[in-house]
Structures are given as C-alpha cells and as structure tokens.
Design a protein around this ligand. Structure first.
Ligand SMILES: O=P(O)(O)O[C@@H]1[C@@H](OP(=O)(O)O)[C@H](OP(=O)(O)O)[C@H](O)[C@H](OP(=O)(O)O)[C@H]1OP(=O)(O)O
Ligand SMILES: Nc1ncnc2c1ncn2[C@@H]1O[C@H](COP(=O)(O)OP(=O)(O)OP(=O)(O)O)[C@@H](O)[C@H]1O
Length: 349
C-alpha cells in the first residue's frame, strides 16, 4: 500500500537507516527525502504479518547468494577458476582484503542449493557459525541473532548460550540441544519446501556471465564497447568471440540484459521463513505449511516469503563488470601468493 508522508518522516528514516548500515555501504542506498510517498509492507518477521500473536514466532532470514557455478564460454581463460569456485567464496577474499569482514565465511551456497538434506544441513550450520549478512533470526519481530547492516562474523559460545535461552519458548527441548534443533528445523524446512529450487532457476537466467552480458549493454545504450576497447588495448585476450554478442538482433540483446538483471535480483534477495510452534496437525491451512520435527517431537507451522526483490538498474552492468574484475584479481593474487609460499616451503624441505 502506498502512503503519503512528510519530508521530516523520510529524514528521520534516513537517520535511523544510515546508522544501521555498514560504513562502506552508507552511501550505496540513501533515502530519497524528496519523495512524498512510501510503500507500506507486511512485517514478514511476524507470522501474522504485523500482528503479534499469543504464540511466539521465530523468523529466519537467509540471503543465499548465487547457488550455481557459471559455465559460459565468454569467461576469459584467465578467469576459468570461476567455473569451479563459487562467486561467494571468491568475494569473501575481497571482503577480507577490504576489511569488510574479519573472517572467511564457512558457508557454501552450493550446499544450500544442492537439494541434498545433508548438504542443506551443513549450509545452515555454517550460516549459524558465520552469519555475516547472510543469516538473521527474529523472535516476535525483534532481531535476536545475527546483525543488521554488515551482519556479524563468528558466533561465539556466549552468543550461542543466549540464543539457546531465547529459543526456550518455541523449541521445547532441553538446554544445550535447542540450537541444534533450530538448525535442523531450518534445514528441514528449506529441504521440504523446495523454495530454493525456484530461486535457482531464476538465478540461472544469467547464461552468459557478466563477461558476456556486458558487451550487449554497450550496444543497448548505443555506445562503443568499453570492454572490447580495454581488451584490445591490453592485448591479453582476443575480442573475436564477443563479436557474436555484438551481432545478435536488438530484441535478443534486450532479452539477455533483462534476464541478467532478473538473475541479479535473485542472486541478492533473501528468504524469510517464519515458524510458529503448533500442538497438532489440525492447524493445517492454505495460508501456511506444516512440518514435524522428529528429533524434537514437535510440530511447526511455517510460511516462506522472498524479500528485497527490487529490479537492478541497467547502469549497474558496468558496476558488476568492475566488481567481477576486482573479485577475480584479488582471488587470483591470493592463489598465486599461496602457491609461491607452497613452493618456498617445498624448497626448504
Ligand atoms: O554485488 P554483490 O554480490 O556484492 O551484492 C550486493 C550486496 O553485497 P553482499 O555481497 O551480499 O554483501 C549488498 O549487500 P550489503 O548492503 O553489503 O549487505 C546489497 O544487497 C547490494 O544490493 P543494492 O546495491 O543495495 O541493491 C548487492 O548488489 P547487487 O549485486 O545485488 O546489485
Ligand atoms: N517485508 C519485510 N518484513 C520484515 N523485514 C523486512 C522486510 N523487508 C525487508 N526487511 C528487513 O530489512 C532488511 C533490508 O531490506 P532490503 O534488503 O529489502 O533493503 P535494501 O535497501 O535493499 O538493503 P541492502 O541494500 O542492504 O540489501 C532485510 O535484510 C530484512 O531484515
């Protein structure tokens, strides 16, 4: 629902939001205080969407990121590692280098999207151990695990203890076992709901990788291709394979970019799963699903929603290309250093 608001309201929202965003992202998405309306959305951290009920509600927000390895033939020879190492893993190295994180995440998106119960369980355990900005938990609408903005790094035993305590009203098992049951509950729900299968299909609309799709972008904005120019100048790789991208009909070019940008949204959106403990299977309704967690001998109602589904603007194509280069350069540099260290160690032995 669209609501008319005053400038002062938007200014105070901006103040709150800015203080909660990571410093390196503070300028990335400021509130446009010249607007006169806002969208009123349901609070998906609450089971009854905005209404606090008698029963406690536990909601889990997962930002799964890209769940597949690209195989595009437009990926340059020197970047072939992209076909075997996830973008998430490589981006972690850049984030560590830029001090955006203090530790590498244990999470592997390929596990979460694998469709295998054990691997999904492994992924949720890793997200719980190193939540960063990929995992948050809300109890009755308030954040109780993970951080806002840039998120948090490693889950300490103190955090785990507090979390165990917070879970007592919703997971009715003994102390020390609730966090494990919680992880199992989330993993079972991701597995049973199949929600990530649909997301993966949309992510895979990126068929050409940014290394291919960026060429079409320059044709669409009717400008000489800066990437071809750059590659010709550096003489490190040939531009001949890109003539295919530049020669496809305009309608197809529009489609390539449309699909790439839809995929970008799917690679960055989050899944919000809210749980409510229930007494019996009688609570089945069309508005939610039901899951029996055998290990805790408990029944849960759950709902799944996607959030952060805004379309990416076309001009982000250049940003994506530059970020991709930065991620690749930093990762390949790290691999080179590691290999050199290994060689020196071997020589000493
Ligand atoms: O490019 P990425 O993969 O770093 O994703 C950005 C996210 O960084 P992440 O790696 O998840 O920490 C980034 O997340 P943070 O703000 O860093 O938590 C945003 O979600 C950004 O979207 P937008 O520019 O705000 O619309 C995201 O940008 P898009 O790529 O989705 O446009
Ligand atoms: N409908 C909703 N109900 C409850 N919480 C929500 C909802 N939409 C968003 N949030 C919360 O607000 C956070 C930021 O929302 P969103 O990602 O859509 O904004 P953004 O401006 O794109 O932020 P970023 O650039 O960091 O991704 C989410 O991570 C989530 O915790």
């Amino acid at each position: 629902m669209r609501l008319l608001v005053a400038k002062e309201f938007l200014e105070s929202v901006e103040n709150i939001v800015t203080s909660q965003r990571p410093s390196w992202r503070a300028d990335a998405a400021s509130v446009d205080t010249n607007r006169n309306s806002v969208l009123l959305m349901d609070d998906l951290t609450l089971f009854a969407h905005g209404r606090v009920e008698d029963k406690p509600c536990l909601s889990v927000e997962i930002k799964p990121k890209c769940g597949f390895l690209p195989s595009s033939s437009f990926i340059a020879e020197e970047n072939v590692i992209k076909k075997s190492i996830t973008r998430f893993e490589m981006h972690q190295v850049l984030k560590l280098h830029d001090n955006e994180i203090s530790e590498i995440s244990e999470y592997d998106p390929l596990d979460l999207f694998s469709g295998s119960k054990d691997r999904i369980h492994k992924a949720i355990r890793a997200l719980y151990a190193t939540p960063q900005n990929n995992f948050r938990v809300f109890l009755n609408g308030s954040l109780v695990f993970g951080g806002l903005g840039g998120g948090t790094c490693k889950t300490t035993s103190k955090v785990e203890q507090d979390f165990e305590h917070l879970l007592k009203d919703i997971i009715k098992t003994k102390d020390g076992s609730r966090a494990n049951h919680f992880i199992e509950l989330v993993a079972e729900t991701v597995y049973t709901s199949g929600v990530l299968d649909h997301l993966l299909d949309v992510q895979k609309l990126d068929k050409y990788n940014i290394e291919g799709a960026v060429h079409v972008y320059y044709d669409l904005i009717n400008q000489p291709c800066r990437v071809c120019k750059e590659l010709e100048k550096s003489k490190t790789s040939s531009t001949s394979q890109f003539s295919f991208m530049h020669s496809i009909p305009m309608a197809e070019k529009v489609n390539v970019l449309k699909e790439f940008l839809i995929s970008a949204t799917a690679k960055d959106c989050s899944v919000m799963i809210s749980f409510r403990s229930t007494d019996a299977v009688i609570s089945r309704s069309s508005s939610h699903s039901n899951l029996h967690l055998e290990s805790a001998k408990q029944e849960f109602d759950y709902k799944v929603h996607f959030i952060d589904l805004d379309m990416r603007p076309l001009k982000k194509m250049e940003v994506y290309y530059e970020l991709d280069k930065k991620i690749m350069n930093t990762y390949l540099e790290m691999v080179k250093k590691k290999e050199a260290r290994g060689e020196r160690r071997a020589q000493r032995q």
